[in-house]
Each structure stands twice: as structure tokens, then as C-alpha cells.
Design a binder for this molecule. Structure first.
Ligand code: HEC
Ligand code: HEC
Length: 209
């Protein structure tokens, strides 16, 4: 008797699980609207200034999506690219599916995008990086989860430059509640000039993902 009740229960649970799976969109479907800008493998698209995403950890992807949704990033003072991403959060699934989406993105694969900057000196940039950046982003630019500092190795060079400019010019990291953004804004301000930006990016790009 008990055995047959248990097997009936097992059957019911199995069919319930199948039913609920059929109703929930697959995670690949959740990513489909993002692919229009970021590419099918989240490899990035320079023409749209939509960066590569698949080198990032899920925790950082989630943190940034939250900032875009809450207007901490991509608000009125931000760059047109950041405002476009803030508007694109309308395409996100409900909050409970966001972790799945972030993991899916981080597991996509593509190679590092082609270089678009020619004048950086990776050796000079490496010295600057060790002095000002490595403590948070790691000596090899691999990132540090405990400090909320993202992986930079593997990022598009044009995107790194865009973001350093945005931090320096107060278009990112300005919001009162954007604690980690403000931290990074102070660091970007310490780079002396355009050459120093390009040098530091040349160093980041010389590091394996
Ligand atoms: C209309 C084009 C567009 C669409 C659609 C779009 N994005 Fe973006 N996304 C961008 C742009 C442009 C940026 C760069 C913003 C900046 O420069 O600050 C960006 C930035 C991001 C970032 C920040 C990356 C980083 O290194 O900080 C994440 C994460 C992201 N997008 C995820 C998504 C997800 C998930 C979706 C699907 C719901 C999506 N995007 C849809 C254009 C788009
Ligand atoms: C005190 C720790 C700290 C230091 C030092 C630091 N960063 Fe950051 N950096 C962060 C954090 C935290 C973020 C994430 C900001 C956010 O949440 O919006 C970040 C973000 C960035 C981003 C944006 C990446 C992306 O995918 O959007 C770039 C580029 C960057 N840092 C470059 C640098 C460079 C270059 C230096 C050295 C001049 C540096 N950082 C020094 C903590 C730091």
C-alpha cells in the first residue's frame, strides 16, 4: 500500500515538474533579446557599442543589471550607450530568472575581440596597473569577487576606454547610492592623460583571460 502511494506521489511530482518546465521559457529564450545587441555568444558588437559579456562572472553581471534597473547606472547624466542599456532592462525576465540568465551568459564562449587601439605601451601600462589597479582587479586583471571588482582581461579595448572616460567625466559612478562606481571613479581620475589610459588598456589586453 505504502509503496503504491509513494510511487503515485513520485509520478505526480514528475509530471508536475515536466508541466512547470514547459511553462517557463528556456534560458536561451531569455537571452534572445539581448543577443540583438550583444551578439549570439555575448561576444559584443562595436558598431552598437554593446560590449562583450561572456568573460564576466555572474555576480558582476547581476550587480550591473540591478544598477541599470535602479538608475544607478545609465541615468540622465550617463553616456547614450549606458542609457540605451538602461532602457533595454525592459527586456529582462522576472527577478527570479536573472541568476539563470547571468550564468548562461558567463558560460557562452567567444574569442577576445580584435584590437581597435594602436598606441598603448603595455610595459608602461603594466607599471601603472600594478600601482593603481591590481590591488582590486588582481595583478593579471582577473578580478576579485570579494571587492566587487570585475575581470578586465578579455574585455573589448574600446569598451575599457569608453568606461574609463565615463568614470573620469562623471557619466558613470556619480549616483549617490553607487558605492562601487564611486570607488572606481576616484581611481580612473588618477590616470594622468589619454596616453596613460591607452597604456593601461594595452597591459590589460596583454593578459590572458
Ligand atoms: C539596444 C542594445 C542593447 C540590448 C538589447 C541589450 N544591451 Fe546590454 N548593453 C548595451 C550597451 C550599449 C552597453 C554598454 C553600456 C555602457 O557603455 O555603459 C551594455 C552593457 C551591458 C552590461 C554591462 C557590462 C559591463 O561590463 O559592465 C550588461 C551586464 C548587459 N549589457 C547585459 C544585457 C542583457 C542581459 C541584455 C538582455 C536583457 C542586454 N544587455 C540587452 C546594449 C544593449
Ligand atoms: C578600490 C578598488 C579598485 C581599484 C583600485 C580599481 N578599480 Fe576598477 N573597478 C572597481 C569596482 C568595484 C568596479 C565595478 C564598478 C561598478 O560596480 O560599477 C570597477 C570597474 C572597472 C571598470 C569597468 C569594467 C566593466 O566591465 O564595466 C574598468 C574599465 C576598471 N574598473 C578599470 C580600472 C583601472 C584601469 C584601474 C586602475 C587605474 C582600476 N580599475 C582600479 C574597483 C577598483
Amino acid at each position: 500500500m505504502l509503496a503504491s502511494i509513494l510511487s503515485l506521489l513520485g509520478f505526480m511530482l514528475a509530471t508536475f515538474a515536466l508541466g512547470s518546465q514547459a511553462e517557463e521559457p528556456d534560458v536561451a529564450e531569455l537571452y534572445a533579446p539581448c543577443a540583438a545587441c550583444h551578439g549570439v555568444s555575448a561576444e559584443g558588437d562595436l558598431a552598437l557599442r554593446a560590449p562583450r559579456l561572456n568573460h564576466l562572472r555572474p555576480v558582476y553581471i547581476l550587480a550591473q543589471l540591478d544598477k541599470f534597473q535602479r538608475g544607478l547606472r545609465g541615468g540622465a547624466d550617463a553616456t547614450p550607450a549606458a542609457q540605451q542599456m538602461a532602457a533595454s532592462t525592459a527586456l529582462l525576465p522576472p527577478a527570479e530568472r536573472l541568476p539563470d540568465l547571468a550564468i548562461y551568459i558567463s558560460e557562452l564562449e567567444s574569442s577576445v575581440s580584435e584590437s581597435t587601439l594602436a598606441s598603448g605601451d603595455a610595459i608602461a601600462g603594466g607599471r601603472t596597473f600594478m600601482r593603481l589597479c591590481g590591488a582590486c582587479h588582481g595583478a593579471n586583471a582577473g578580478g576579485n569577487v570579494a571587492l566587487n571588482a570585475p575581470r578586465l582581461a578579455g574585455a573589448d579595448d574600446w569598451y575599457l576606454l569608453d568606461q574609463l572616460h565615463a568614470f573620469r567625466e562623471g557619466q558613470r559612478g556619480r549616483h549617490r547610492e553607487d558605492r562601487t562606481g564611486r570607488q572606481m571613479r576616484n581611481m580612473a581620475a588618477m590616470l594622468d592623460n589619454e596616453q596613460a589610459l591607452q597604456d593601461v588598456i594595452a597591459y590589460i589586453r596583454s593578459q590572458a583571460e
